[in-house]
Design a protein around this ligand. Structure first.
Ligand SMILES: O=C([O-])CC(=O)C(=O)O
Ligand SMILES: [Mg+2]
Length: 219
């Protein structure tokens, strides 16, 4: 691929990510088949109004060690979302105020971890969107190498480097990079469909009729 072509492609991806950011994560999740791209309910925002949309930089931490997060911050590009696993070890605060400030300075757009974080009041005050399984006060070591930019499983979903993470109060959904354009179009249609349903509900119609559910009515 020529440099010019690569730049044009990057521009398209950036514009599609901006478009995806306009949608609720639940709408986008519904556009991907069968919930398989939706993370488990265990991964939650620290506060309700947190929202993330951006490409994943994947991080595999060793249990109890956050070395790879410090190295990931050093590698990240503006807009990246750090997405991390800890082998489902929750007894360490893998992320806190210091990493949040470092990440903000690099232009990182958010953090998702199937692990634990600490310093949560500071993170909330810094308005840096963090989605986490748990909170832990315990110190993480910084001495065991894991992996960066390898496929990982977070909240039951495989995340490949460069997949787009969309997260809000409903939860976290992972849009495979090669489906981004198709999913943005599908989300536009889904929003139109729901607007139409809401307008009809406000005219007094019922979901039982609009969704053709009367056939299931108990006799
Ligand atoms: O010790 C660490 O790396 C985690 C932490 O509390 C911080 O980032 O403030
Ligand atoms: Mg700290």
């Amino acid at each position: 691929m020529t440099g010019v072509k690569r730049m044009a492609e990057q521009e398209t991806i950036t514009s599609l990510i901006d478009q995806l950011a306009q949608f609720d994560a639940a709408i986008v999740s519904d556009c991907l088949a069968g919930n398989e791209q939706a993370m488990s309910a265990a991964i939650k925002p620290l506060v309700r109004n947190f929202k993330i949309c951006g490409p994943a930089l994947t991080v595999k931490c060793q249990p109890g060690d956050n070395l790879m997060l410090h190295l990931a911050v050093a590698q990240a590009k503006p807009g990246d979302v750090l997405v991390a696993t800890t082998n489902q070890h929750y007894e360490a605060g893998y992320w806190g105020e210091i990493l949040t400030i470092a990440a903000k300075e690099r232009g990182i757009s958010g953090f998702v971890i199937d692990g634990s974080v600490r310093d949560i009041e500071q993170i909330i005050d810094l308005e840096f969107p963090v989605f986490t399984h748990s909170v832990s006060i315990k110190k993480a070591e910084k001495k065991t190498v894991g992996k960066l930019q390898a496929p990982i499983i977070v909240g039951g979903v495989t995340v490949n480097p460069g997949d787009i993470i969309l997260a809000d109060a409903s939860g976290v959904v992972v849009v495979p990079a090669n489906r981004l354009k198709e999913i943005v179009r599908a989300a536009e249609e889904k929003v139109e469909f729901e607007k139409n349903v809401i307008a009809k509900l406000k005219q007094g119609q019922l979901t039982a009729d609009l969704f053709d559910l009367r056939k299931y009515e108990i006799q």
